[in-house]
Structure formats: structure tokens, C-alpha cells
Design a protein around this ligand. Structure first.
Ligand code: ADP
Length: 945
């Protein structure tokens, strides 16, 4: 196989590899030049590095090497000089210029060729382009300088620490910073020993151990410790380095820093942290700090340790709570960090701890721990006492509320208990008045009466107030005529004003709606209170009540009532105070004028119930204007507005008149063990024209009933031997067995069926509560009368159960007031009531000795009774029970007559006649008329109901 290389010729020279061949292919510039500076010959590489196309091009172009090739001609001269001085051979570096003028670096190795006389013949040499090499060298230098400068500028000491395989060590490099940081010259041979000497004796062993560990385990080295400089100053050094394995050594490149500032800050912070923990330890509150991820307790203060033991390091949920098997459901961690992962502020909550059973007010927040992470800190103060106090307070409040309710009950009971003997006193004085008396005695009795009445008024106030306070005051809602109410009110007040020589007027402004719906009685109560005060505190001048519209719509109107007087007035600072209960401007006033200080408080409450307000404008010594507002509904399709402003009317003449008592016939039994009560009842009954026997207890009553027939029994409930309830049950039993004779209803000879045939038994009791009444009715009694017996009550009962002796009395229409215009009720033959008054109030008042209270009571009772009677009448008609129909009509007639409900009475009379004639159709139509008439009557009662 032929060799790829040409074989040498006989001359031993391989073609192409002879001297000229070598020269031509040598990768180095070869030249030969004259000492004068011309090239004799150059190889192609020489031409190439100098930027010429060929050796010929170079030789021909460069006529003077020194000036044309050398960048700096001086250098050639230098080079030749060096050559000559160094035995004609030398190496040299200089800058050449290429053909295109660009400079480049060359390394020359040349020798001088001399003739035998020593003259320089030529210079032969090699040239290499070292531009790239020089550049690399320069860059390396720059790099090195940079590193040196970095090393010099790093705030610390950079070092290299070599551990040789035989265990010896070397410190081949230390940056200059060591002079500054350690006060050790960086080039010191004994650098390590010198440094070790400076390491604080307490830290020295740790230092050596750290090196040993890093070397034996080939691990990064770290150390922090104190180092005392040769000058004596101690600093904190922190060193770190990483090992790299070399052939026969372990090389640690590392850095050593002065960390005194940080270390001192750390020491300081640790110290203040410790101080803080000490402080927290001393606090009288539970404080703990827990990791928010692991729930580990990082700190628990002494207070906490007393409760939970030394639980630091355990899970908070395990140590601070009982029976927790994992993080608590109420853990507050999430509430303490906001969306950005920053502390969200303090979260406060109350909690009953399950280990201690105590209540805590907890304030939790995320705070940075020593290492910078956020942890939960809770400061919890024991509020068990407060909680218990709150509980007690709540219990006390409930108790107080119960007490208030009890008080209201008690007041209701007590007021009755007080009212009963009061009534006894008043009743007895009433009887006394009717006896022969000297003038002096009469005066005394009048005083007793007026004192008693004041006391009753006070009791009524207290009862009203307690009712309001107990939330039991409910307003009525009924149609009434404001004009009528005020007219009537004026009549009453005129009398009192004129007695004091004061003018009294009422002014109703034209736009004021008059046909209203609301509670006229309560409105009247407020007005009476304010006007009574005005009268009380005014010695001369006038009192005016004015009524105006505050605001109104089509359904309701808020009216403003003002009572203006010319009295003593009220100091400005007391104008609010006097509306509080039991508050008076000065106590001497109440001594002088009487009064409880409850009136205005009641007015305010009542006005409030009517969606209104109260107030007063007053000038001391000049007078006061008390005002209140109250909202009323308008009556449907009501258009009535006031007639022009009212002028003061004439005062009514006449003082008290003796009551003309209705007369009854019949015989009654009173079972009563209390002598006073018995006396009052017997005396009054006598006045009503009734014969009465008495029994001291239930047994006696039973005996009397067997011996004698009675029309009615008044039965006391509490009696010795046999009480009223038992006696009643016994009577009812005996009636059933036929032992007791059954009475017929007086005034009739009709055959009544059983329940109506029983003897009416009327309970007499001091108990005012509905339950008392219930008990009596359950025992078989028919009605109820408060004890001691009062004339009006007695009259009601007698009217109801005996009937009035003279029911045929024709009403006196001449003195009546047409409170409501009569209307055609569409029942032709019953329209005879046209023109007859619905209710003759003055006649009734006259009959009742001008006793307004009595009037009201009687009205109230009759409304209830009439309502029931009409119901009974309807029932009787439905069942075609004509005797019952007859009886009910008759009773309606009697009752209407006794209360001067004239129209109703006339109607009842007509119906009675029709019933007698067997004209049931007329009776049926009459019932509808009766209902309408009854409604009218109720409206006419309006203010008195
Ligand atoms: P009293 O029953 O004491 O009158 P009131 O609550 O009605 O209770 O009144 C409280 C106090 O307000 C009165 O005692 C009196 O000092 C003062 N007062 C009420 N009305 C007037 C008035 N018209 N003029 C002057 N003072 C008044």
C-alpha cells in the first residue's frame, strides 16, 4: 500500500520539505533583513502577518523597515542595540504596522549574521503576531486587578486556607482587608497563628473545633466569635468558607467579617426580648405566644404557668384547653393576618377557658418573634368577676322587672284595698249627711268627704301611673265629637274657674277637624289635669285652652292643645323636671296646694300613647302655657270643622244636690260578718227602699233562706264557719233538690225555665282581680259588687236583678241635649223616637247628685249590661222563646230609663208593647233599631265611658 507521504529523494531531501519548502509553510514569520532596514527575504507567513499579499509584495513595499514597519522607529534601534549587547541573539516585543496601517503586536526572536570581520551582514529572525495573546494577557490583568480591588473593597477579609494531605496547613492568600478588620498584615507568613492568638480565649476551642469538623467532614465552615485586635479592641467575627478538594489538599476559600454591630444589636435585642418576657411574666394577665403554623407555645407567662403548668413547647390547644384533640375551632390565627400576610391588628373576644373554668377578655394579635416570623400573642384578662356581676345584674334586672310587675299587681290590689275602706268612709259620710246634723257637724262631714275624695283622686293617679308603667294602659278607639267634648268640659271647668274668679275660655281654631276617632276619656283626663293645675296655680286673670292642627292628612290629625294661664309660672330650669313623676317646683307648693307631682307625668305618658309630646313655655310670675299634642284618626267621611271661636260660656249655677235615689221593692238577705260593711249596705239598701235582713256567715244565710223567701242575696266571700263560696254552692244544690223555694223574677208572672229561676246571689268582695270574680261565678253566683257597697254599684245591681220600681217614668225631654241629630231608621212605626234625646246627661247627673264618677260608673255598667241584654234578646228571638223576649225587652227598658237613655227607653217600650201583642215581626225589626240606638248611645257616652 503506497504511503500517503512522498518518499525522500536520493539527496535525502523530500520534495516540498526542503529548506525553502519549510520556510514557505512554516506557521511563523521568518525574515532576513539588512542592518539598514530592507528585507532580503521573507516567508509567506511573514507577509501574511504584516498584511501583505506575498513575500515579494512585502520586500518591495518596505524600503525602510524602521520607519515603515515599526510603529515606533525607536524600537528598532533599541532592538538592534539589545541584539548587539546580548551576543547577537535576542527576543523582543514591539508594535508593527500592517500594510493597511493598522498596528499589531509582534514577538521577535532574531540573531545578527556577521562576516568574518564582524560586520553585520544581515539580521535573521522569527516574528509572531502576539496581538491576541497580548489582549488576553491584558484582560487577565484587568480581571486580576478587578478581583484584587473587589477583595480590597469587600468589607471583610477574603482568604484561602489549604489543608495538605499530611495534615499541615497553609494560608496562601489573605486579602488586604485583614489589615483593617484584624489589624494583621495580609502577607504575614504566620497569619493563621497570629489570628488564632487574637481569638477570644473563651471562643478559641470552639474555633478550632469548627475547623476540625469542616476539614474531617469536608463540610462548609462557619464560625462566630470574639477576636481581640493587637491594638486591644475586641470585635465579633463571623467566618464562612466552603471546601474544594484538590489533588493533595483541601482548599477553603472563605471570608471573615466584622459583625460586631449586628451581634451587639442582637445581644441588645435578646436582652430587651428577655426583659419583655420578664415583664410579661410579672403581669397580672395571662399572656402566651404561639407559633401560628405549628401551634407550639413559644412563651407562657407566670400567670399562665400557674393555670396550665409549664406548657412552653407544647401545643397550645393541648395545654390551654381541656379535651382538645387538635387545633381549636375558635382559633383566632386567621383573624390576625390580613390578605397581604401582615398583622391585621388586635382581635378582641371573650371566652370561658375550659381548663380553669374562668372567663377571659382576650386580645390576640400577630407580632414578630425574635427570628422575624409572625406569631400569635394573646393577652387575656380574667373577667370572671365581671361576668358574674353581669349575671347577677341580669338576675337583679329580671328580679326588678318581676318586682315592677309585682308592684303593678300589688298597686292594683292595694289601690283596691285602700279604695274599699275609703269607700266605706265615703259611704258612711254619705249616710251621715242624710241624718240630722248640726251645722258644725255638717261642715266636718263635708271636710271628711272632700279629704276622702282627694285621697281617692291620688289613688286613682297612682293606679293610672302604675298601669302605664306596667304597659297595661290601653287606649280606646271610638268615634267622638271634639266640639261636644270641649263644650262639656267647659261646663265643668267654668264652674271651678268662676269659683276662683278666673275667666275660662276654649278656642278651637277653624281648621281643626272635630269628628275624631280615639280615646276621648284619656284626652279629657289630660285636659282636666292641665286645667286643674292652671286653676291651682293662678290667682287672677284667665285660663284659655286652645286647640289647633299641628299636621294632618286625610286619615289622621295631630292636634296641639295649649292650656295658657296667668299664674305663678315655672322657673326655666324646672320646665323639664316637672314632667318627671313625683316632681314639683318646690315642696311648699304641694303643702299649699296639695298634689302628688304625678299629674304631669301621667299627661306626658298619655300624650305619648297618643303619639304626641308635651311641653311648657313659662315666664315666672307671668304665667305658663302647657301644651301637648295627640294624634287622632278622622271619622270616616267626617267633614265637621269648628264653628267660629268659642267665647267663655256662662258658669252653671247651683251647688250639690241630693241624689234622688231610684226606689225598688223587694226583700234581700245580706250575708256579711263585718259590721261596718253590713251597716253601709243595710243603710244604702234602706235608702233604695229595700227591706234587708242580715246573716253573720254562710250557715246563717242558709238558715235564713229556709225560713224566709228573698228576692236577692248579697253574699260576702270571706266569712267564718261557712264562707260565701261554699254557701252559694250549697244554695244552688238545695235549689236543684227543691229544698229552697225558687223565686219568680219580680214584676212578671211568666213561667221561666230553670237558670232564670234561681235566686240571684251577688258576691260582695274586696278582691279586685278578675280571678276573684271568676271564682264567685264558678261557685254559682250571678254578679259581683265591690265591698263596702257603694250606692252606684248597689243601684246597678238592684236595677239589674230587681228591676226599677217605676220604669214607666216618662223622660224629661225638655232639659235634654240633642247630642246626635235623630235619623230615620227606615222602620216607619218605630220612628217615633225622632226628636227624642239619645242620652239626657244632665238629668242623670242631677239624679246622681252631680257625682261625675258615679255617672261614669253607671254608664260603664249599663253599656255592658245593655250589650248582653240585646244579645240575649236576639237569642231568644232565634229560638222563638217569647217569654224570654219579653223579659229582655223589659229589662232593656228598665235600664234605659234608669240611665236616662231616653230614645232607647221609648224604643224598648214600643217593642214591649209589640211583644205583648204577639207582633214578633215588629219586635224583630225593633232589634235592629235597638242595636243602632245602642250604638248611638255609646257614642253619646263617648267622653264618659
Ligand atoms: P301636682 O299634683 O303636684 O300638681 P303635677 O305633675 O301636675 O303634680 O305638677 C308638678 C308641678 O309642676 C307642680 O307641683 C307645680 O310645681 C308645677 N306646675 C304644674 N302646672 C303648673 C302651672 N300651671 N303653673 C305653675 N306651676 C305648675
Amino acid at each position: 500500500m503506497p504511503s500517503p507521504f512522498p518518499s525522500p529523494t536520493d539527496t535525502g531531501i523530500i520534495p516540498g520539505l526542503d529548506a525553502s519548502g519549510i520556510l514557505n509553510h512554516a506557521p511563523i514569520g521568518i525574515f532576513s533583513s539588512t542592518p539598514q532596514g530592507r528585507f532580503i527575504s521573507v516567508n509567506p507567513e511573514m507577509a501574511r502577518i504584516c498584511g501583505y499579499e506575498s513575500p515579494r509584495d512585502l520586500i518591495d513595499s518596505i524600503k525602510d523597515i524602521e520607519t515603515q514597519l515599526y510603529v515606533n522607529p525607536e524600537e528598532r534601534r533599541n532592538f538592534l542595540h539589545i541584539l548587539k549587547n546580548r551576543e547577537d541573539k535576542a527576543a523582543f516585543e514591539c508594535s508593527f504596522r500592517r500594510k493597511n496601517g493598522s498596528p499589531f503586536q509582534v514577538s521577535l526572536i532574531a540573531s545578527i549574521i556577521r562576516d568574518h570581520e564582524g560586520r553585520t551582514l544581515a539580521i535573521h529572525g522569527f516574528a509572531t503576531d502576539i496581538t491576541a495573546q497580548k489582549k488576553a494577557e491584558a484582560e487577565t490583568l484587568i480581571q486580576k486587578e478587578k478581583l484584587e480591588s473587589i477583595a480590597a473593597n469587600v468589607p471583610g477579609v477574603l482568604f484561602r486556607f489549604d489543608v495538605l494531605s499530611d495534615g499541615r496547613y497553609e494560608v496562601p492568600y489573605v486579602s488586604k482587608g485583614s489589615a483593617d478588620v484584624l489589624e494583621l498584615e495580609h502577607q504575614r507568613e504566620d497569619f493563621f497563628t497570629a489570628f488564632l492568638k487574637g481569638v477570644h480565649p473563651e471562643d478559641r476551642n470552639a474555633f478550632l473545633d469548627s475547623i476540625e469538623k469542616a476539614v474531617t467532614e469536608v463540610q462548609p465552615w462557619r464560625f462566630e466569635g470574639r477576636y481581640t485586635k493587637p491594638s486591644g479592641k475586641t470585635i465579633w467575627c463571623s467566618g464562612a468558607s466552603s471546601p474544594t478538594r484538590h489533588e493533595n489538599r483541601l482548599v477553603f476559600h472563605g471570608i471573615m467579617l466584622d459583625v460586631s454591630d449586628r451581634k451587639l444589636a442582637e445581644i441588645q435585642s435578646a436582652k430587651s426580648h428577655k426583659n419583655l418576657l420578664t415583664l410579661m411574666d410579672a403581669m397580672d394577665a395571662l399572656i402566651y405566644i404561639a407559633d401560628m403554623d405549628t401551634h407550639e407555645l413559644l412563651f407562657l407567662n407566670a400567670y399562665g404557668r400557674r393555670l396550665f403548668g409549664n406548657a412552653t413547647g407544647t401545643k397550645c390547644w393541648a395545654s390551654l384547653q381541656a379535651d382538645q384533640t387538635g387545633p381549636c375551632s375558635f382559633c383566632t390565627n386567621k383573624k390576625l393576618i390580613n390578605g397581604e400576610g401582615m398583622p391585621a391588628g388586635i382581635y378582641q373576644w371573650e371566652f370561658k377557658n375550659t381548663v380553669s373554668g374562668r372567663w377571659f377578655d382576650c386580645r390576640d394579635q400577630a407580632v414578630p418573634w425574635t427570628d422575624g416570623r409572625l406569631v400569635r400573642m394573646e393577652v387575656a384578662t380574667d373577667i370572671t368577676m365581671r361576668k358574674e356581676a353581669e349575671k347577677k345584674l341580669l338576675a337583679a334586672k329580671e328580679e326588678a322587672e318581676t318586682a315592677a310587675r309585682t308592684k303593678a299587681m300589688f298597686l292594683a290590689n292595694m289601690s283596691h284595698e285602700i279604695r274599699t275602706p275609703m269607700n266605706a268612709v265615703l259611704g258612711m259620710t254619705h249616710l251621715l249627711m242624710d241624718t240630722e246634723l248640726s251645722e258644725e257637724q255638717h261642715r266636718y262631714i263635708e271636710n271628711i268627704q272632700s279629704g276622702g275624695q282627694s285621697l281617692l283622686a291620688l289613688i286613682n293617679d297612682i293606679l293610672d301611673f302604675s298601669k302605664i308603667e306596667a304597659g297595661k294602659m290601653h287606649l280606646e278607639r271610638m268615634d267622638f265629637d271634639l266640639q261636644g267634648l270641649m263644650d262639656d268640659f267647659k261646663k265643668t271647668m267654668d264652674l271651678l274657674a268662676s269659683e276662683k274668679g278666673l275667666a275660662f275660655s276654649i278656642r278651637i281654631w277653624p281648621e281643626t277637624p272635630l269628628l275624631l276617632r280615639g280615646d276621648p276619656a284619656r284626652l279629657r283626663q289630660i285636659l282636666i289635669n292641665l286645667v286643674a293645675n292652671a286653676l291651682k296655680f293662678t290667682e287672677e286673670g284667665a285660663i284659655e285652652v286652645s286647640i289647633a292642627v299641628e299636621n294632618a292628612d286625610s286619615h289622621s290629625a295631630l292636634l296641639r292643645f295649649t292650656v295658657q294661664d296667668t299664674g305663678i309660672g315655672i322657673p326655666e330650669d324646672k320646665t323639664e323636671f316637672i314632667f318627671h313623676k313625683f316632681s314639683q317646683v318646690d315642696a311648699s307648693v304641694s303643702r299649699r296646694f296639695g298634689g302628688s307631682g304625678l299629674g304631669l307625668a301621667i299627661c306626658r305618658e298619655l300624650a305619648g300613647l297618643m303619639d304626641g309630646k308635651t311641653g311648657v313655655e313659662s315666664v315666672e310670675g307671668k304665667g305658663s302655657a302647657f301644651w301637648f299634642t295627640a294624634r287622632f284618626l278622622r271619622q270616616e267621611a267626617s267633614e265637621k270643622t269648628p264653628s267660629p271661636i268659642h267665647e267663655p260660656g256662662e258658669t252653671e249655677s247651683g251647688g250639690q244636690k241630693k241624689m234622688a235615689l231610684p226606689q225598688f221593692s223587694g226583700r234581700v238577705l245580706i250575708a256579711e260578718d263585718n259590721a261596718t260593711n253590713l251597716e253601709v249596705a243595710m243603710g244604702l239598701l234602706k235608702k233604695f227602699g229595700i227591706r234587708a235582713d242580715s246573716a253573720g256567715n254562710g250557715l246563717e244565710a242558709l238558715q235564713s233562706l229556709k225560713n224566709q223567701s228573698y228576692d236577692l242575696v248579697f253574699m260576702d266571700v270571706m266569712m267564718p264557719e261557712m264562707d260565701g263560696l261554699t254557701a252559694t254552692e250549697e244554695i244552688r244544690k238545695q235549689e236543684l233538690q227543691g229544698w229552697l223555694p225558687v223565686k219568680e223574677i219580680p214584676g212578671t208572672d211568666l213561667p221561666f225555665s230553670f237558670p232564670l229561676k234561681k235566686i240571684p246571689i251577688i258576691a260582695m268582695t274586696a278582691g279586685a282581680m278578675p280571678e276573684d270574680r271568676e271564682r264567685c261565678l264558678e261557685a254559682g253566683m250571678d254578679d259581683y259588687i265591690a265591698k263596702p257597697v257603694h250606692p252606684d254599684e248597689l243601684s246597678r245591681v238592684l236595677v239589674k236583678w230587681l228591676g226599677k220600681e217605676n220604669p214607666e217614668d216618662t223622660p224629661d225631654t225638655s232639659s235634654g241635649t240633642f247630642l246626635y241629630p235623630p235619623e230615620d231608621n227606615g222602620s216607619a212605626h218605630l220612628s217615633g223616637i225622632k226628636g227624642i234625646p239619645v242620652f239626657n246627661r244632665s238629668a242623670l247627673l242631677n239624679q246622681l247628685m252631680y257625682d261625675e264618677n258615679l255617672l261614669k260608673k253607671i254608664i260603664k255598667i249599663s253599656v255592658g249590661s245593655l250589650y248582653l241584654l240585646i244579645q240575649e234578646l236576639q237569642k231568644a228571638l232565634e229560638t222563638d222563646n217569647s217569654p224570654a223576649v219579653h223579659l229582655q225587652i223589659q229589662t232593656v227598658k228598665t235600664m234605659a230609663s234608669s240611665i236616662n237613655a231616653d230614645a232607647l227607653c221609648v224604643l224598648a217600650k214600643k217593642m214591649e208593647k209589640a211583644a205583648k201583642d204577639g207582633d214578633m215581626d215588629t219586635v224583630r225589626k225593633g232589634v235592629a233599631a235597638l242595636e243602632r240606638e245602642f250604638e248611638k248611645l255609646c257614642r253619646a257616652f263617648g267622653k264618659d265611658l
